[in-house]
Design a protein around this ligand. Structure first.
Ligand SMILES: [Zn+2]
Length: 263
């Protein structure tokens, strides 16, 4: 059997307007008589609470951004260690860099994907950010002789021109830099997020393959019951760490190293 899809006609406009409820006067009267609202109080409450959460999240990311830049010198001193330690390299750092361009809008450093109704936020990681900052495009020599890193950029994909702000961890000054390719800023950032998405997808497939193999082993050993499924063998990474913990661990480590030098 062949299914023919007629896409010669555009979809009706109302499909793109989920908020646009077309209701006749008669059905409105009936609905109101039944005490039903198009937007219920519970829906309003949910919307209000989500808005509060969104505000709190924005404040939290602003605080984390300050913390990251205030400790940038410490973080860069431990660059290699962070890259070699998954629980450090995988810390969310999507809030640390801002970019965007005319016509194409803001750079996305976070992507929300939904799988069977379960959403997964995939964010730019600290390890990816450190790799980006190590490229010539994302660093510059500061007036003080230190190396500043790009923390925001704007520009135009048509002219290719850009304006960027760089932060120097040595003198804590911000400086502006122009005349670098906008496409190279934007493209490199996109590639880093795409690379990370690939590694998340591959990791999930690998973990699921492992879960199926472990379950098959259990079945072969006669240890399965009617209540067991391969899903019980599916586990994610347990090595979670946040920026605050990493910074504290690195500070303690440097303190101990200094203390040991004294002896
Ligand atoms: Zn400087």
């Amino acid at each position: 059997m062949t299914i023919h899809i007629d896409d010669s006609k555009p979809f009706p406009q109302f499909l793109q307007e989920p908020d646009n409820k077309r209701e006749s006067f008669a059905s409105m009267s009936k609905r109101e008589a039944a005490g039903l609202k198009l937007i219920s109080d519970e829906m309003e409450q949910e919307k209000k609470e989500l808005e509060k959460l969104r505000e709190l999240r924005a404040k939290r990311f602003e605080r984390k951004k300050k913390l990251l830049y205030n400790n940038l010198d410490l973080i860069l001193r431990h660059r290699d260690e962070i890259l070699a330690t998954p629980r450090y390299a995988n810390i969310d750092a999507h809030y640390a860099i801002k970019g965007g361009g005319l016509y194409i809008g803001p750079l996305s450093t976070s992507r929300r994907l939904s799988f069977a109704g379960t959403s997964l936020d995939i964010n730019l990681k600290l390890g990816s950010l450190l790799e980006v900052w190590d490229t010539d495009q994302f660093k510059m020599e500061c007036k003080c002789g230190g190396t500043a890193v790009i923390c925001s950029f704007t520009g135009s994909p048509l002219s290719g021109s850009s304006q960027a702000t760089a932060y120097c961890p040595k003198c804590n000054e911000e400086s502006r830099i122009g005349n670098r390719s906008f496409g190279d800023y934007y493209g490199l950032m996109e590639i880093k997020l795409d690379e990370y998405i690939e590694s998340v997808a591959k990791e999930m497939v690998a973990k699921w393959t492992l879960a199926e193999a472990e379950y098959a082993k259990k079945v072969a050993e006669g240890k399965s019951s009617q209540w067991s499924r391969p899903g019980s063998k599916f586990h994610g990474d347990s090595e979670y760490c946040d920026l605050e913990t990493m910074i504290n661990e690195l500070k303690l480590k440097e303190f101990e190293e200094k203390a040991n030098e004294g002896y």
